[in-house]
Design a binder for this molecule. Structure first.
Ligand code: 4NP
Length: 155
């Protein structure tokens, strides 16, 4: 079974949304994958996703209410096949933390949606409400591409 970990900074906006989108899209495809999310920072550990993101996600049918934030840990690099970073800062932090013998493959989330002009999923935390919908648009495109790849590889 393929194991996917989505990573942002706080694990309360972008990566829990990615987790919710990926759970729904994998189930719709009948794909057996294990999915989690985490933050490179630990300030919000134990918290539910941001209410603005929960609302925007729920409007599209993704229920994030049971998710709780946690920080990335060393074992993640052994436990997951793919670790998806929302932006370049997150990717750099993961590359610094990645043990030499790690199995996890690190990539930028939007590298799985190469048709999009964007390269990073922007942090919506300090912006307006439309930022959360934009994040969800980007995540739906990237998760679709990522699951295509998982299906093609059979892992
Ligand atoms: P996230 O958004 O990385 O998408 O969860 C953020 C949430 C909180 C903070 C930064 C980013 N913060 O600095 O508190």
């Amino acid at each position: 079974m393929t194991r996917l970990l989505f990573v942002c900074l706080g694990n309360i906006c972008r990566s829990p949304a990615a987790e919710g989108v990926a759970r729904a899209m994998a189930e719709a495809r009948g794909l057996s994958v294990e999915i989690d999310s985490a933050g490179t920072g630990g300030w919000h550990a134990g918290e539910a996703p941001d209410p603005r993101m929960r609302e925007a996600a729920l409007r599209r049918g993704y229920d994030l209410s049971s998710l709780r934030a946690r920080q990335v840990r060393r074992a993640d690099f052994a436990d997951f096949d793919h670790v998806l970073a929302m932006d370049e800062d997150n990717l750099a932090a993961l590359q610094r933390a990645r043990p030499a013998d790690a199995r996890a493959e690190l990539s930028l989330m939007l590298s799985h949606a190469p048709h999009l002009p964007e390269r990073e999923v922007p942090d919506p935390y300090y912006g307006g409400p439309q930022g959360f919908d934009h994040v969800l648009d980007l995540l739906e495109a990237a998760v679709a591409g990522l699951l295509d790849r998982v299906e093609a590889q059979g892992r």
